[in-house]
Ligand binder design. Structure first.
Ligand SMILES: Cc1ncc(COP(=O)(O)O)c(C=O)c1O
Length: 519
């Protein structure tokens, strides 16, 4: 209460003391604009003074426009007080640690040429949202509410929504994965699943073997944790077995990270026989596999191939990460890890420590959607839609693009290696001027080993890093276009591009390749 701190002195007229007290209250921010003052009667009672003194103070303040009396309502402050603040600045950029700097530096959303309205963009490999069967989804949301009621809005379990976990168990069994002694953790998509595994099971400088090229987000996460990434080349059947064996024996890797179905970016599906050979080699060298099972449903031309995890039987050497993000509702951010029971028990605690659990409302809605059979209907539909687009893209590429090699047999993207060593970063710059965007291939290769933190001489632009190491971020940011691995490759994502734009866009890319070749 504003007047409880006013001690009336006898040496000065009372109305002046009241006036000053209100002005001080406004200045300090204690009395905010539009806040109500006690009535003159109340003030006189509290301070045990004559009401006339209070009336005089209020009248004076009102004549100055500082307060206003509204008949029958009360007296209010009518001006803003000064906002007292004490400026305090910190140079946060100097305080960002290694982890933050690397993720910032490798953030392709910030660093690559941005999409602008009206452009033809082959950059994304997201599904087309207008294909989502919204009515089925709305029904699932209602089902979730009906069955779970307000529980959905309370805390749930770190491991995930039990019916969804059970659903994914059955789903994995259909893929002939033995689930005995295994458990499932629900995560925010593949990305969190991979991050949880990597952050819990690796130490800085550990080596991870993966395909060359591989998923850019996975590369980024591994680099952020200071891991050494060794890439093994792919042929059209999958990982090259000789190179794989050499790498396994030479580097003593902590894990292999593999995308056997529709490797991103190449779209290569590792064939059944090759999967067996790869699995046997990892087993021979006692190296566990993290299998990224994304996109498995989108094979157009043959039935899905069983995941590598299905070769493991009762063993626990493969940790499988599932995500339907590239087919269905990536915005829901739902994925899962299937792995050894004791391992999942640890990862559950990691998940709880990070974000308690993934949204129960989303998990439950997703569960009722999957259970209703809507998913199977949807997949049939979209397969045809994407297959037609894929065929159109292939026709256009064959017509306009002089490629050395083209891969991708399903999914939402294909990968092209150009003839004549055309640099796709130069190509992208030209295409960008014609409003066409694609993903340059170098981002899927380990081109960042200099990010593995070298001490450099210049003290300028240094960002201090973990331990005694130092990283020169601005220097790294300047790509040396000619020494990049994958510099003559690029990825075309076509799921969200109209047929008309596919025709127009690929012709523009072809015209620019011609221009570069003629130079
Ligand atoms: C190889 C690979 N795995 C998984 C995913 C899905 O990631 P998330 O589930 O985090 O959206 C993607 C998405 O681009 C991918 O390219």
């Amino acid at each position: 209460m504003i007047f409880s701190t006013l001690i009336i002195s006898k040496s000065e007229p009372i109305y002046i003391q009241i006036e000053r007290h209100i002005l001080t209250g406004i200045k300090s921010g204690e009395l905010k604009k539009d806040s109500k003052l006690p009535s003159t009667r109340e003030v006189s009672k509290i301070l045990n003074i004559s009401r006339n003194s209070v009336i005089s103070a209020y009248e004076k303040l009102e004549s100055m426009g500082i307060i206003i009396t509204k008949k029958g309502i009360g007296t209010f402050i009518s001006i803003e007080g000064e906002n007292e603040s004490y400026e305090y600045n910190v140079d946060f950029l100097k305080r960002v640690n290694c982890y933050g700097n690397i993720l910032n530096e490798l953030d392709i959303v910030k660093k690559e040429l941005p999409y602008k309205k009206g452009m033809i963009s082959f950059k994304s490999i997201s599904p087309e949202s207008h294909l989502f069967n919204l009515d089925d989804f709305k029904r699932s949301l209602l089902d979730a509410w009906t069955f779970e009621e307000a529980n959905l809005l309370n805390y749930g379990y770190a491991k995930g929504y039990k019916p969804l976990i059970d659903y994914f168990f059955d789903y994995m069994k259909e893929k002939r994965v033995v689930t005995t002694n295994k458990d499932i953790l629900i995560t925010n998509g593949f990305t969190e699943a991979f991050d949880i595994i990597i952050s819990s099971l690796t130490n800085k400088n550990d080596v991870i073997l993966c395909e060359e090229p591989t998923h850019n987000t996975a590369l980024k996460i591994m680099k952020a944790y200071g891991l050494k990434v060794v890439q093994v080349k792919l042929d059209k059947e999958g990982l090259d077995l000789d190179s794989l064996e050499k790498a396994l024996s030479k580097y003593n890797p902590k894990f292999g990270y593999l995308i056997p179905s529709y490797n991103n970016p190449t779209g290569i599906v590792t064939k059944t026989e090759r999967r067996k050979e790869i699995y046997k080699l990892f087993r021979k060298y006692f190296v566990p596999i993290i299998e990224d099972g994304f996109n498995e449903e989108l094979l157009y031309s043959s039935s899905p191939i069983d995941p590598i995890a299905s070769l493991c039987g009762n063993g626990n050497g493969v940790i499988y990460i599932g995500s339907l993000s590239k087919i269905l509702f990536p915005g829901l951010r739902i994925g899962w890890i299937l792995g050894d029971t004791k391992l999942i028990d640890i990862l559950e605690s990691v998940k709880r420590g990070r974000n308690i659990h993934s949204s129960f409302l989303d998990q439950s809605t997703f569960y009722y959607y999957l259970k209703s059979g809507a998913f199977s209907r949807y997949v049939k539909n979209v397969r045809k839609y994407y297959r037609d687009k894929y065929n159109l893209v292939m026709d256009m590429i064959k017509k306009y693009i002089p490629y050395e090699c083209i891969t991708g047999e399903g999914g939402l993207h294909i990968f092209i290696k150009l003839k004549n060593n055309i640099n796709t970063r130069e190509l992208l710059e030209l295409c960008y001027k014609n409003n066409v965007l694609f993903m340059p291939g170098d981002i899927f290769y380990e081109n960042t080993s200099n990010l593995n933190i070298e001490t450099i001489n210049s003290k300028e632009n240094l960002v201090s890093c973990c331990d005694d190491e130092i990283i020169n971020i601005p220097e790294f940011a300047q790509y040396n276009k000619n020494s990049l691995k994958g510099k003559n490759t690029f990825r075309i994502g076509f799921g969200r591009v109209s047929d008309e734009d596919i025709k127009k866009g690929i012709k523009i890319i072809g015209d620019n390749i011609k221009y570069l070749s003629d130079q």
